[in-house]
Write a protein that binds this ligand. Structure first.
Ligand code: FE2
Length: 389
């Protein structure tokens, strides 16, 4: 095998003084390029996302390709791409992140038209740069990358890949170059990442709302007060930030004072600070997606059967068969624009931190506000079982 090119991994710093003049909107985002999770065991995590969630492994970088710092597996389902990365040695910064947070999302990357322009504009407006614009290039073309800090230890990578033709990133090889061909059970109908939710500390929500507004040019799309999102025991507040094209939506939650420890406090406690609470995956057929996920052992939050007594009155007529929806335990909500169907997994790690949402939108661009109470009561039942309520 050809030796891994260390220079390729380090890349070449781009001279930003030569960046082309800013286009109409230097902060335009084409979509979420990928989500990277730092995990204790990337090989097993990749297997889990492929076997249980319907992803397919597409690319790899690690010791077998001559890269001796970490192992990264890229898995994809239509437009949803995850990278699972783990350190190979104690003391590596990735290992330290995993020690602090457990397995968690560290990077929500944007695809942009110009990495330099985006980075320069974001930093000019007050973003803290983590990685300066850097050029990576192999025989498949150039790829440019930079990153900026957000809450906790998280970052947004800024990826310009319009001229790159390789499998994923310079230095990554196709998965099957290294691992034996294996047929995973195949996709479950997930087509893209719909939104990514962050949990931040009490009092920090508005700081991050302002960051997304002032620095990245997002707009506040919706907000929910502690009155909207409360149960007998606890409450939280949430504001939803959306970029100009509407392709990227980031709700940000903070705990509110309640009688007991809220689910956000439980998260902040076990995650050791702010981080990504859930990633919503969009499907065009939630009945198919949820039954496939259930068959493969993915565990979902349970809503009581009585939830479905109110559904016909609350949401009116929908295309899907309500009996099947109830059988699969899917939640339904309606707003002025239409309706949506959604369901939440239990945390996917041992720590009560990251979970996933499966969502189907039939017109509604909301987040299921009508389900909040039933949902948070379900979360609190789980929290009580863990002894954290
Ligand atoms: Fe969500």
């Amino acid at each position: 095998m050809k030796k891994f090119d260390e220079a390729l991994y380090r890349g070449k710093t781009i001279d930003c003084s030569k960046a082309a003049a800013a286009g109409a909107d230097p902060l335009a985002i084409d979509g979420i390029d990928y989500i990277e999770l730092y995990v204790a065991n990337a090989r097993q995590a990749a297997f889990f996302y492929c076997q249980a969630f319907g992803f397919t492994p597409i690319a790899y970088r690690g010791p077998e390709t001559g890269f001796r710092e970490a192992a990264s597996y890229v898995v994809r389902q239509k437009k949803a791409t995850f990278i699972l990365t783990s350190a190979l040695r104690a003391g590596h910064p990735i290992a330290q992140q995993v020690m602090l947070h457990g397995d968690s999302v560290l990077d929500v990357a944007f695809t942009v038209d110009s990495c330099e322009q985006f980075y320069l504009e974001a930093v000019r407006r007050g973003a803290r740069g983590v990685a300066v614009p850097t050029l990576y290039e192999d025989e498949h073309g150039p790829l440019k990358h930079a990153s900026i800090a957000i809450y906790g230890h998280n970052v947004h990578s800024i990826v310009e890949r319009k001229n790159y033709k390789g499998v994923f990133w310079p230095g990554f090889v196709p998965y099957e170059d290294i691992f034996p061909k294996h047929t995973f059970p195949g996709d479950v109908g997930i087509v893209a990442i719909d939104h990514v939710v962050g949990n931040v500390e009490l009092g920090a929500m508005n700081t991050w709302v302002k960051f997304y507004q002032d620095v990245l040019g997002f707009k506040e799309m919706l907000h929910f007060s502690d009155k909207d999102i409360s149960t007998e025991y606890s409450a939280l507040m949430s504001k939803v930030m959306r970029n100009g094209t509407g392709k990227v939506k980031f709700p940000i939650n903070e705990p509110a004072v309640g009688k007991r420890k809220s689910q956000i406090d439980e998260y902040l406690d076990f995650h050791n600070g702010p981080g990504v609470q859930h990633v919503a995956l969009i499907t065009g057929d939630i009945l198919k997606t949820v039954s496939a996920l259930r068959n493969r052992g993915v565990q979902f939050l349970k809503v009581p059967k009585t939830y479905y007594d109110e559904v016909p009155k609350r949401v009116g007529t929908i295309k899907q068969d309500l009996a099947i929806i109830a059988d699969l335990g899917i939640l339904v909500d309606r707003d002025d624009d239409g309706y949506l169907l959604q369901l939440f997994t239990k945390p996917v790690h041992d720590r009560p931190t990251l979970f996933f949402e499966v969502i189907q939108r039939e017109g509604s661009q909301g987040f299921g506000a009508g389900n909040f109470k039933a949902l948070f009561e379900a979360i609190e039942r789980e929290q009580a079982e863990r002894g954290n309520l």
